[in-house]
Write a protein that binds this ligand. Structure first.
Ligand code: CUV
Length: 623
């Protein structure tokens, strides 16, 4: 690596583990990033096109070389098509994850998913009601079966509007109808995006971007929302619970099992198997004190929110966690799992297991989980992990874990407020809390690891802005100690007073990436209580270190839902001034919100504070 470890990450576990990885000659994501530099300028600007086989084509940004692809597409069309396909991929990832949960729900209803159950029947009935399913006097499995079926219909194409968009304020839905971006079917919008971006279909860069909004909304108010809600029905709605974070959650004297990926369908079964007394006794027989389950990335967030399971790290830490030599087994499902992990693990005793029928990785053993075999498979794998303990070499766990609080579902937030959003609204009206901001999304080696998330969160709470976090951003702020009640000492006086009285942290961990919808639902509740639209609220979104296509879909559904959103890394759109102008200004006239890009989190904080103060003024809050 070309620079000092401090230049790559602000975290002390990250710096120490990078040093260890270096001495073990483990290649990391940062090295591979440096090997790629300089990255292709055409691709960086979104000006290269590989969509058809008359190409590949590229547009010369200096205006000297070709200005059209072989088909005749210009820079605007190529940039918009590329962005559209990013949104489609992101929406597909979240929504397909949601579908997997609906299938488990259907199997639970039929009694074909041993080990899974309906953990939150109240929520099941509430959502069934939203789908106009009769619940009175009916058995839980029957309701669950009907709900699974009705949700599957949302994936199809025969509706005018998705069922759960009803949760958005009426004003917002009118905006979507007027702009022609009301999502109709979850799969339909993604499929239509692939169609529109095929050569010779939609060549209006404006209409492509508008469909991008609709496609993203089909994720935010469809696939992701279903994923989040069905996870609550099956595994329980999160409530505030204490937990620990960073690489120090690994134990020198216990069998360490890590779950990595996104879908709680796998990690929940592993969680249950880790409680099994026979397996714990076996671990003791092997000389360990017990079995320690920890999470990485979003499936870790799911377990953390529901059961207080510790979190070993976020996206850029996934290779370094293996380099501790302390992990007996890592189980992955899908999304954000670096294809390098199998190779990394081959240098240690760590067993790598892939579990999803749709995700294979080099250097991993494939053991497929299906609802009917998950329970048995989880037991077998935890047993194998325990047996692996004897093969452990030297371990290096260089830090102590940090305390944090997770599990702030919308239900938990309103619960903390005494049952209604009213106290939060009063605090905002009184100006003690100026507004709220979401910090979400990934890590990206283009930004110093965790620096964007942590700096932005610190700046915002200092300015009396309540922060909600999800995904890898939530893990970053947790590691920095900001997700603990004591962190109110870093908050401005008003936020400190309110959070202190409610005994909540100034940075609320709302869950995984699909749980970004919880932020939308909370924003809708605030807007409805004020009789206004989401775009009128003093709120903002941000993704300071995003990398994935899913993050593009998330940011787009936030903006389409009326939330001003600041991105850290620049998306590949700079090849088209028209596209940039529409996304950063023009959208204001259509959805009442727009994007901004600001890689420096201190400056991003200024943008967000300014936006929130402007919204307050428009609402007449400070007059
Ligand atoms: Ni889904 S999408 S790196 S794990 S937040 Fe983390 Fe979160 Fe981005 Fe992936």
């Amino acid at each position: 690596m070309s620079k000092s470890y401090k230049e790559y990450t602000i975290t002390s576990d990250g710096q120490l583990m990078l040093k260890k990885a270096d001495s073990d000659q483990i290649e990391t994501v940062w090295e591979r990033y440096e090997n790629q530099l300089p990255q292709c300028g055409y691709c960086e600007m979104g000006l290269s096109c590989r969509i058809c086989n008359m190409g590949p084509c590229r547009i010369d940004p200096f205006g000297e070389g070709p200005q059209k692809g072989v088909c005749g597409a210009d820079a605007d069309i190529i940039v918009a098509r590329n962005l559209g396909r990013m949104i489609a991929a992101g929406a597909a990832a979240h929504s397909d994850h949601g579908r997997d949960l609906v299938e488990v729900l259907a199997d639970v209803a039929k009694g074909k998913a041993p080990g899974y159950s309906i953990s939150d029947p109240v929520k099941l009935k509430k959502i069934a009601g939203e789908y106009e399913i009769e619940t009175d006097g009916r058995e839980i499995p029957a309701i669950a079966g009907d709900l699974a079926y009705a949700m599957m219909e949302d994936y199809g194409t025969r509706k005018k509007e998705l069922t759960l968009v009803k949760r958005a304020p009426e004003k917002r839905r009118e905006i979507w109808r007027k702009a022609g971006i009301m999502p109709r079917g979850i799969d339909r919008e993604t499929s239509e995006m692939m169609h529109r971006t095929h050569m010779g279909v939609d060549n209006g860069w404006q209409s492509l971007l508008l469909h991008g909004m609709r496609n993203a909304l089909s994720d935010g108010w469809g696939g992701s929302l279903i994923a989040s809600e069905v996870s609550d029905i099956l595994f329980g709605t999160p409530l505030p619970c204490a937990n620990q974070v960073n690489i120090g959650v690994l134990k020198t004297d216990q069998v360490n099992i890590i779950v990595h990926g996104h879908n709680p369908v796998v990690s929940e079964m592993i969680f249950l198997a880790c409680q099994d007394t026979d397996l714990i006794n076996l671990a003791k027989l092997k000389g360990a004190k017990g079995i320690n389950l920890a999470g990485l990335c979003c499936t870790g967030n799911e377990l953390m929110a529901r059961h207080g399971i510790p979190m070993a790290g976020n996206h850029l830490m996934t290779e370094l966690v293996i380099a501790t030599g302390a992990v007996e087994m890592m189980l992955v499902d899908y999304q954000c799992i670096m294809p390098s992990l199998g190779k990394t693990a081959s240098c240690y005793h760590t067993k790598m297991i892939s579990t999803s029928d749709k995700a294979r990785f080099p250097g991993m053993e494939h053991r497929e989980f299906h609802p009917e075999n998950s329970q048995k498979m989880a037991q077998e794998l935890v047993k194998e992990a325990v047996e692996q303990y004897e093969n452990r070499g030297k371990v290096y766990i260089p830090v102590e874990p940090v305390q944090s609080l997770g599990g702030f579902s919308v239900e938990a937030v309103t619960g903390a407020l005494g049952g209604t959003p009213e106290p939060l609204i009063e605090a905002i009206k009184a100006g003690k809390i100026r507004g709220a901001a979401g910090i979400v999304g990934c890590n990206n080696p283009k930004i110093k690891h965790d620096y964007g998330h942590v700096t932005l969160a610190q700046q915002l709470i200092k300015n009396d802005i309540l922060v909600v976090v999800t995904g890898c951003a939530a893990i970053a702020t947790a590691k920095a100690g900001l997700n603990a009640a004591e962190a109110i000492k870093y908050a401005g006086p008003g936020l400190k007073e309110i959070c202190g009285a409610l005994k909540i942290p100034p940075v609320l961990h709302m869950g995984s990436c699909v749980d970004n919808v919880r932020i939308l639902i909370l924003a809708s509740a605030l807007a409805n209580a004020l009789g206004t639209d989401i775009s009128d609220l003093p709120i903002a979104g941000s993704a300071p270190e995003w990398y994935s296509e899913k993050a593009v879909a998330i940011a787009t559904y936030f903006v389409a839902s009326g939330v001003y959103t600041v991105l850290g890394p620049m998306p590949p759109i700079t090849g088209s001034m028209n596209v940039i102008k529409l996304l950063t200004q023009g959208l204001d006239d259509i959805t009442g919100a727009s994007f901004a890009v600001e890689p420096d989190p201190e400056k991003a904080a200024i943008l967000i504070c300014r936006h929130i103060e402007n919204k307050r003024k428009a609402l007449g809050l400070d007059s």
